[in-house]
Design a protein around this ligand. Sequence first.
Ligand SMILES: Nc1ncnc2c1ncn2[C@@H]1O[C@H](COP(=O)(O)OP(=O)(O)OP(=O)(O)O)[C@@H](O)[C@H]1O
Ligand SMILES: [Mg+2]
Length: 306
Amino acid sequence: MIYTLTLNPAVDLELQIDQFQFNSVARAKNSRMDCGGKGFNVSRMLRNVNIESTAMGFIGGYNGQRLQTELTSLGIKTNFTEISGETRTNVSIVAHGEQRHIKVNETGPEISSVELANLITAIKQNLKAGDWWVLGGSLPSGVDSTIYAELITLIENAGAFAVLDSSGEALRLGCLAKPTLAKPNLDEAKELLGLSDEGLDDADLWCKALAKQGPKNLVVSLGEEGALYVSGQAFKKISSPEIIEANPIGAGDSMVAGIVWRLSLGETLQKALPYGLACGAATASRPGTELGSLEQVTELVHSIKI
Ligand SMILES: Nc1ncnc2c1ncn2[C@@H]1O[C@H](COP(=O)(O)OP(=O)(O)OP(=O)(O)O)[C@@H](O)[C@H]1O
Ligand SMILES: [Mg+2]
């Protein structure tokens, strides 16, 4: 089984208008609701390639129920920890005519120590050797930045595999706990190493320095440029397939889904990586919050060479 953990989920609401006009009422021509969170994106991408996963994390109130209902209707299993607060809403207003948008994210509810303990208990109850756990995204208030490190230690000690996709302090501390795989993008990797753009010339060196910070395997995604990976002494650059980019948001989460999909079937990282790149590229080619399809991934994966 693949588990995805989303600690700070959101109902993502997008309203589409013609143009921005302040101090007046705009009419939305269209609106759509999505399940916001890196773990949910990973579960949705896995669903698109016909792989089962269980989404875990905190949900609360009416918004929490909406997320649960939506994920269930997509065919994704859930095992959420209920909290007393209300799951946040993130609102985007997109003016297509002007190619501009505004996004406002709620901070979200504070997680109590009892709620956090309940989540950790739920995770412990599901731990089984050989399973895969994707830990992704930002942390809600009330949850310390050591949480991913704590969970990675639990998961890896149980003989399961942890995959980390986060940023800042949660990523740094999580890496120290030696997850099976970490997948920062270039900005997250730079922040982790304190590198400036000038320090990026020798990718072999800085990637290996990054790998020394703990993760057993490391993939740094570079958007349309592809990805770098370090596994033991091996260092490789892989180019992404060419696509016409529509919206790259969520490409990283799709990449994680693609890699974990193949690793969970027992393939090596080297064999799994092209599926990660193909899933990322497929999603980047789709508009809005749509993710790539199995047909696209199957077509793209053959054009990737390591
Ligand atoms: N324009 C593109 N063309 C081809 N492939 C792309 C493009 N954008 C993204 N990808 C693929 O998706 C992978 C992940 O993209 P990226 O590095 O942008 O992730 P990210 O910044 O973590 O994204 P997010 O966190 O929004 O999901 C890349 O390594 C690449 O394989
Ligand atoms: Mg990312």
